[in-house]
Design a protein around this ligand. Structure first.
Ligand code: ZN
Length: 349
């Protein structure tokens, strides 16, 4: 059983590839945060090492199992991979090298090279997952070049999985050597249905979480496990709402505190920027008379006030500024400078 949810079309493709023994040696898993990239990557790592799947491919006693449906989830390799304690699986993350906490370093890529130079110990495939692959090219060429070499001449029985929230930031030379698996947010109704039926969530709460998660199941599941996330979310929106009517020094204080958390947790800063983008997109929708499409329905009053006090042009310019800031942060510019520039573009109320 695949653990991945909401990606049926992709899973069908992968099942077909697995069934025919035709997998690429490198995949680029792209999609928004919490859409399920890591879950799918671990699913793939399990699928190529699962005792039941390999049994089926070899036409053994397991062959009577009907259609392919991913890794079994119960054999030893499956369970160890899901717990992250499998000798032939390596997960490389941003911040894994404390000296360069905002990107994947050349040392980390070298470790991967030596990890791959040894044949599998526990399973039949070695799997490497690069989480935050867009940082490989951020202000440096060495890590990306080293990885490129591995992608050009991959050792046998090796699966390389690059995970990214920003496919455009992946070097074309790397992208062209990977098969892309684009993960899309799942429909809100399906996510609410999943939360209610599989996680026992109260239907009203399930609908609310599905809307806030924007079709990204990981966010909804995290919020279920940790209700403080919902409070933090509300607090962030209250700040975003207040900043439009705050003086410049308050805006800069906000930019500085966000920049301060960037080196330790760049993803939280990206998430904050997505909230900004969504807030002002809602303002634009209200201005265009499309209020039924807004995302932050619980903040309708504040959003309407913002819509009444701003021009469409100012909102559009600001939304562009948020996108530029996200790109600048990926390119490793000074986060404080980038965020201060963004604060200057917030439409004033
Ligand atoms: Zn298995």
């Amino acid at each position: 059983m695949w653990s991945t949810i909401g990606q049926d079309r992709l899973l069908k493709q992968i099942d077909a590839g697995l069934g025919a023994g035709r997998l690429a040696h490198a995949y680029l898993l792209s999609g928004p945060p919490h859409v399920g990239k890591m879950t799918l990557a671990l699913d793939l790592a399990a699928a190529v090492n699962c005792a039941v799947v390999s049994g089926k491919q070899a036409g053994s006693m397991f062959a009577d199992l009907d259609e392919a449906d991913g890794p079994c989830g119960n054999c030893d390799p499956c369970m160890r991979i899901r717990r992250g304690v499998f000798a032939d699986l390596k997960i490389v993350e941003v911040g894994g090298d404390a000296r360069v906490a905002t990107r994947i370093s050349i040392e980390q890529v070298r470790e991967v090279e030596s990890f791959l130079s040894v044949t599998p110990v526990e399973g039949s495939w070695k799997v490497v997952i690069f989480d935050g692959a867009e940082t490989l090219a951020a202000g440096q060429s060495e890590p990306a070049n080293a990885l490129l070499k591995t992608l050009e001449e991959p050792p046998p029985q090796v699966l390389i999985l690059l995970l990214t929230t920003n496919e455009d930031a992946i070097l074309p030379t790397i992208r062209s050597r990977c098969r892309t698996l684009p993960l899309r947010p799942m429909p809100g109704d399906s996510l609410a249905e999943y939360l209610a039926s599989k996680r026992g969530t109260d239907p009203g709460m399930a609908r609310r979480l599905a809307r806030l998660a924007r079709g990204c199941p990981g966010w909804a599941i995290n919020a279920l496990d940790d209700p403080a996330l919902l409070d933090a979310h509300r607090e962030q929106l209250a700040q975003i709402s207040a900043i439009a009517s705050s003086p410049l020094d308050a805006r800069f204080n906000y930019a500085n505190s966000l920049a301060g958390s960037f080196s330790g947790d760049r993803e939280s800063v990206r998430q904050a920027l997505y909230l900004w983008e969504r807030w002002w997109r809602d303002v634009l929708l209200i201005k265009e008379g499309l209020v039924e499409h807004i995302h932050n329905d619980e903040w309708r009053e504040e959003l309407t006030a913002h819509a009444g006090a701003t021009t469409t042009a100012d909102v559009v310019i600001f939304l562009e500024s948020v996108r530029e800031t996200l790109a600048a942060l990926d390119a490793n510019v000074n986060p404080r400078l980038a965020l201060e520039c963004m604060m200057l573009a917030v439409p004033a109320i």
